[in-house]
Design a protein around this ligand. Structure first.
Ligand code: NDP
Length: 450
């Protein structure tokens, strides 16, 4: 399609070297073909030209002092992508791979994900190329404080509300909130993912993983199947992976893998959740230590992965939950999953499957829940945290979990209903992209050229 080609060429010129961002834009525009071809008004209002351009991009220096007294410098970002539906909302990622292209791809995806939840939240994302691994608590705190010394002027409970992502959990949110409060004097709901002691919501920590499993459950239910007894592959060993595994057990499934950047654990009788939490939430160590506690499990080092993909996806299973990072599931991995009889894939991570891998899933007509639909439970529960903060209320675990289930069900119904409307009932990529896009685009039109 020429408009996809033209848009990507324009972005390559105006925003050079942002491969992941082009990938995310191409995937969305590809899905939008059926409505862009028939709707004059989206063209007339230059919606595509406007929606791929962030409303505001903030990039800044983050200087801090390490434990040896040396000055370190990182690069910080906040991309305020689209506020048609509400305040910018999206996480902060601290990882050495972070650059403008990664944050823009995440922010772009976030626009449609947030729209799909049906809640009043716009799309944004941020982070820094800071590596929290091996840093002391004091170093993490000083980094977070320096990051907020710049970011505080751009965020607020009704303007831009950051949360966590890779490398940013309750500890980092605590340090950032503390510095924000010191600088502004405001005690407000400027962050989500806060500690339960001071304004956090029950279920927020679990929400992305739980939501991703609920999404799988709804995809299977629509085919008359359930999660009970299913063998599942999970990648990652962080927040999303851990609570995906927890919910899989609660619903009677058997997760047999988890992974981190050092390798994959394969435990045939099922991943021991207690050990995993101890290693990753308490001791924060590498996953190879898992086999010390469970010698019957196997650890596959990342160095031994196949050249064209990731060992975790080569293990036979019925369901797969990519919960680590972008592009962690290649075309060859997708082919291996399908050849091994996978019936469903629900993405906890953002854009974990390459575009070629997605094509393999769609061609095989398996249940495929793209990240922007399947992992939206995290941001949806963040919005529930904002609602509780704004009304000074605190809801019970059961109350929030029930709302999360309803939101995930509605996202599934919205994506599958829209997919059916456009004659491709199994294609939730198309359904999610069109459903999310329509809500944002129509709001943009009503708000004029801004
Ligand atoms: P965490 O930092 O808690 O965990 C990330 C996990 O993925 C770690 O086990 C990490 O291993 C692994 N990982 C990261 N990068 C790589 C890599 N390049 N290769 C192999 N493994 C890798 O992050 P989250 O669990 O919060 O986030 C995981 C994914 O879910 C991300 O894509 C995020 O954007 C997405 N997401 C998160 C939400 C949330 O609420 N937290 C909401 C929606 C989406 P290691 O420690 O060795 O690097």
């Amino acid at each position: 399609m020429t408009y996809i080609h033209d848009t990507i060429v324009r972005l390559q010129k105006t925003s050079p070297a942002q491969a992941e961002f082009y990938q995310a834009v191409e995937e969305v525009l590809d899905s939008l073909q059926p409505i862009l071809e028939t709707s004059e008004q989206y063209k007339r209002h230059a919606i595509i030209e406007r929606i791929v351009e962030p409303e505001r991009q903030i990039m800044f220096r983050v200087p801090w002092v390490d434990d040896q007294g040396n000055v370190q410098v990182n690069k910080g970002y906040r991309i305020e992508f689209n506020s048609a539906l509400g305040p910018y909302k999206g996480g902060l990622r601290f990882h050495p791979s972070v650059n403008a292209g990664i944050i823009k791809f995440l922010g772009f995806e976030q626009i449609f994900k947030n729209a799909l939840t049906g809640l009043p939240i716009g799309g944004g994302k941020g982070g820094a190329n800071f590596d929290p691994k091996g840093k002391s608590d004091g170093e993490i705190m000083r980094f977070c404080q320096s990051f907020i010394n710049e970011l505080y002027r751009h965020i607020g409970p009704t303007t831009d509300v950051p949360a966590g992502d890779i490398g940013v959990g309750a500890r980092e949110i605590g340090y950032m909130f503390g510095q924000y409060k010191r600088l502004t004097g405001n005690y407000d709901g400027v962050f989500t993912g806060k500690s339960l002691l001071w304004g956090g919501s029950l279920v927020r920590k679990e929400a992305t993983g739980y939501g991703c499993v609920y999404f799988a459950q709804y995809m299977l239910e629509a085919k008359g199947d359930t999660l009970a007894g299913k063998r599942c592959l999970v990648s990652g060993a962080g927040n999303v992976a851990i609570y995906t595994i927890e919910k899989l057990y609660q619903l009677g499934a058997r997760p047999v893998t988890c992974s981190d950047s050092s390798g994959t654990v394969y435990h045939e009788t099922g991943i021991n959740l207690e050990t995993l939490k101890e290693l990753k939430e308490v001791r924060k160590v590498r996953l190879n230590e898992y086999v010390t506690a469970h010698p019957e499990a196997k650890f596959i080092p990342a160095a031994d992965y196949p050249a064209d993909g990731n060992a975790v996806w080569r293990i036979p299973a019925e369901l797969a939950f990519p919960c680590a990072t972008q592009n962690e599931l290649s075309e060859a991995d997708a082919q291996a999953l399908v050849a091994n009889g996978v019936i469903g894939v629900s993405e906890g991570a953002n854009m974990p499957s390459t575009q070629d891998a997605v094509e393999v899933f769609l061609d095989a007509k398996i249940c495929y829940g793209p990240g922007k639909a399947a992992n939206a439970g995290g941001v949806a529960t963040s919005q529930l945290e904002m609602a509780q903060n704004a009304s000074m209320q605190r809801w019970s675990f059961e109350e929030v979990d029930e709302k999360l289930k309803v939101i995930m069900k509605n996202i599934f119904l919205s994506a599958s209903g829209t997919a059916a409307e456009f004659g491709e009932p199994h294609n939730l990529v198309l359904g999610a992209n069109i459903a999310g896009f329509r809500r944002v685009a129509d709001a943009m039109i009503e708000q004029g050229v801004v």
